[in-house]
Write a protein that binds this ligand. Structure first.
Ligand SMILES: NC(=O)c1ccc[n+]([C@@H]2O[C@H](COP(=O)([O-])OP(=O)(O)OC[C@H]3O[C@@H](n4cnc5c(N)ncnc54)[C@H](O)[C@@H]3O)[C@@H](O)[C@H]2O)c1
Ligand SMILES: N[C@H](CO)Cc1c[nH]c[nH+]1
Ligand SMILES: [Zn+2]
Length: 423
């Protein structure tokens, strides 16, 4: 882990995955094939890429029952508690439609409508992430989305991990299809005999999934292309070095390209955290991934004072930010760019990943400068409502047609004038 004196600008930005030209071509070919051959293409790609020979794509009721039998009761309890917290938080984000009536009888408003259908990609491969199912499904349900489908690649035996099935069932989602990669994204975008097309696709995945999401964007909406995890800890001299090291490693273990950064005015803390990270790494099961992340993307920035530490943090615009300073809450107002802000020594980042309630799908790669966590708003759309009274049109018609003629749009102007002339 490098210790760096801050001189000029800092950045967490890394090349976003655009894929190789071979990968892009492969993804385009897969999408085309799914459009042409529907389910048959899904079965053959699942055999080719996941090694599973399937009779059916849809998970059956008996598989949910078997999954409950496999799951530890303590884990089921934790899943239920997390769902409750995440529901409670997202319920507060729900926006109502509104209308306002002016004195001249004009009614203006905004109608909020949930999306009809969304598809959630749940990665298979290396690890199952039931927490990501909660973070995608719960805001969609709070928004009132009519139909939620989940796609996820099966294991070789044709099964889906019990934790995924139980979490989905606890959330009331049972339309789970055993298909992954670009072929799953194509099926959600275009529909097949078994999988109905959706309006929006959310959820993380590997490069093939990311490229396919980019390729179908426009036909359907997508959430974002999430990059590798990031954490920045802003700490002063009194912060606990062991806590900081543990929290940095919590994100480093996600990915070799994850980034874990400490920003502090204290060079003593910088040294202590560096030593603690090295020590804690020794016993970490995923130490190869975490060590690579710390080596390549880990850093400690030593600033001249706390003010400069705040400036550096805002420049980094991290996905996750922990504030571990004397009066941490007082610093919140000075943070302009961060996906999620964890305040104080007991708000370790995994509290937010799993349990507290806010969404863990957050902007990465500096995009916290202009974007927000996944939320209920991502699953609704808004329509404007305009109702002019006769009186309102009489009073304002001349201005409207003047603006139309200013743009050379005579038909627009006449659509107004015809009503003004009509007594
Ligand atoms: N940001 C988050 O919240 C978050 C959460 C969970 C996972 N992730 C990320 O999601 C990713 C999961 O990746 P994964 O690979 O484990 O699972 P995945 O489900 O994304 O990808 C597996 C699929 O990739 C396709 N594939 C594999 N090799 C292929 C090839 N040569 N040609 C065409 N298609 C191919 C197959 O169809 C396979 O089903 C990881 O990068 C992980 O870091 C991010
Ligand atoms: N920290 C990840 C987002 O960067 C989300 C996650 C899921 N499970 C554990 N963590
Ligand atoms: Zn995490």
């Amino acid at each position: 882990m490098r210790i760096i004196e801050v001189t000029d600008s800092v950045s967490l930005k890394r090349d976003l995955d655009a894929g190789t030209s071979e990968q892009r071509e492969a993804v385009d070919a897969i999408i085309e094939e799914v459009r042409k051959r529907g389910d048959q293409a899904l079965f053959s790609y699942t055999e080719k890429f996941d090694g599973a020979q399937l009779d059916a794509l849809l998970v059956e009721e008996s598989e949910f029952l078997a999954a409950y039998e496999q799951l530890d009761p303590g884990v089921l309890k934790a899943i239920r508690e997390a769902i409750e917290n995440i529901r409670d938080f997202h319920q507060r984000q729900v926006q109502q439609s509104w209308m306002t009536t002016k004195e001249d009888g004009t009614i203006l408003g905004q109608k909020v409508t949930p999306l009809d259908a969304v598809g959630l990609y749940v990665p298979g491969g290396k690890a199952a992430y039931p927490s990501s199912i909660m973070m995608n499904v719960i805001p969609a349900q709070a928004a009132g989305v009519g139909r939620i489908s989940i796609v996820t690649p099966p294991q070789k035996e044709g099964t889906i991990p019990a934790s995924v099935l139980v979490t989905a069932k606890e959330l009331g989602v049972t339309s789970i299809y055993k298909v992954g990669g670009a072929q799953a994204i194509a099926a959600l975008a275009y529909g097949t005999e078994t999988i109905q097309a959706v309006d929006k696709i959310t959820g993380p995945g590997n490069i093939f999934v990311a490229l396919a999401k980019r390729a179908v964007f426009g036909r359907v909406d997508i959430d974002m292309i999430a990059g590798p995890s990031e954490i920045v800890v802003l700490a002063d001299a009194n912060a606990n070095a062991q806590y900081i090291a543990a929290d940095l490693l919590s994100q480093a273990e996600h990915d070799e390209r994850a980034s874990a950064v400490l920003v502090t005015p204290s060079s003593d803390l910088a040294e202590a955290v560096k030593t603690a990270v090295e020590k804690q790494l020794e016993t970490l099961p995923k130490r190869e991934i975490a060590a690579a992340s710390i080596r390549d993307y880990g850093a400690v920035y030593v600033t001249k004072d706390l003010d400069e530490a705040v400036d550096v943090t805002n420049e980094l615009a991290p996905e996750h930010l922990e504030l571990l300073t004397e009066d941490a809450m007082a610093l919140v107002g000075r943070i302009r760019h961060a996906g999620a802000i964890f305040v104080g020594p007991y708000s370790s980042e995994p509290v937010g990943d799993y349990f507290a309630g806010p969404n863990h799908v957050l902007p990465t790669n500096g995009t916290a400068r202009f974007s927000s966590p996944l939320c209920v708003d991502d699953f609704v759309k808004k329509s404007s409502i305009i109702s002019y009274s006769k009186q309102a049109l009489k009073q304002n018609g001349a201005s409207i047609s003047a603006l139309a003629r200013l743009e050379g749009l005579e038909a627009h102007a006449r659509a107004i004038d015809i009503r003004l002339e009509d007594e």
